[in-house]
Design a protein around this ligand. Structure first.
Ligand code: ZN
Length: 160
């Protein structure tokens, strides 16, 4: 069991970011070629998310053709299709998909705004790209946005 892991094709950068924000392990390489993405998916048992029907077919059981357009609709589609339970304590870096680690408050001094430093206790850093995160506004915004996306998608579906 456990949440599905994904590889997103080059068209799906924003979707990849959103999925990471809710706790999904998503590989995304904006220069990635189809065959390389496919190989990664098969090798690591990931689902290849793609807007390319032929590529989804090639990936077989590891492929998923993303039917909707626009990252909001796509995000809602994937959350629903895979029954993803959003986890806002996600350890994945939304920027690059690296696994963030907890770091001390002292160690982020100078790397975050002074106000943030004074008002937060817990910080995480991505060892991959160096980004620093804290329990703050952007995650709350993401949660609110997610709720909006999922609830309005509900209304849209009434006629399907
Ligand atoms: Zn990162």
């Amino acid at each position: 069991m456990g949440a599905p892991r994904f590889v997103a094709d080059v068209m799906l950068g924003r979707l990849a970011r959103w999925l990471r924000l809710v706790g999904c392990d998503v590989l995304y390489d904006r220069l990635g070629e189809d065959s390389a993405l496919l190989a990664r998916a098969l090798l690591e048992g990931r689902i290849l998310l793609t807007r390319d029907v032929a590529l989804a077919k090639r990936a077989g059981e590891n492929g998923y053709f993303v039917k909707t357009e626009g990252f909001r609709a796509q995000f809602a589609e994937i959350v629903r299709s895979f029954g993803i339970a959003p986890d806002f304590k996600s350890e994945f870096c939304p920027e690059c998909g690296g696994r963030t680690v907890e770091v001390s408050r002292e160690s982020v001094e100078g790397g975050v705004p002074e106000y943030t430093l004074q008002t937060h206790e817990a910080f995480r850093r991505c060892p991959n790209c160096g980004k620093i995160y804290w329990e703050g506004s952007h995650r709350r915004l993401a949660a609110a946005e997610l709720e909006k996306i999922l609830s309005c998608k509900n209304e849209d579906r009434s006629n399907t």
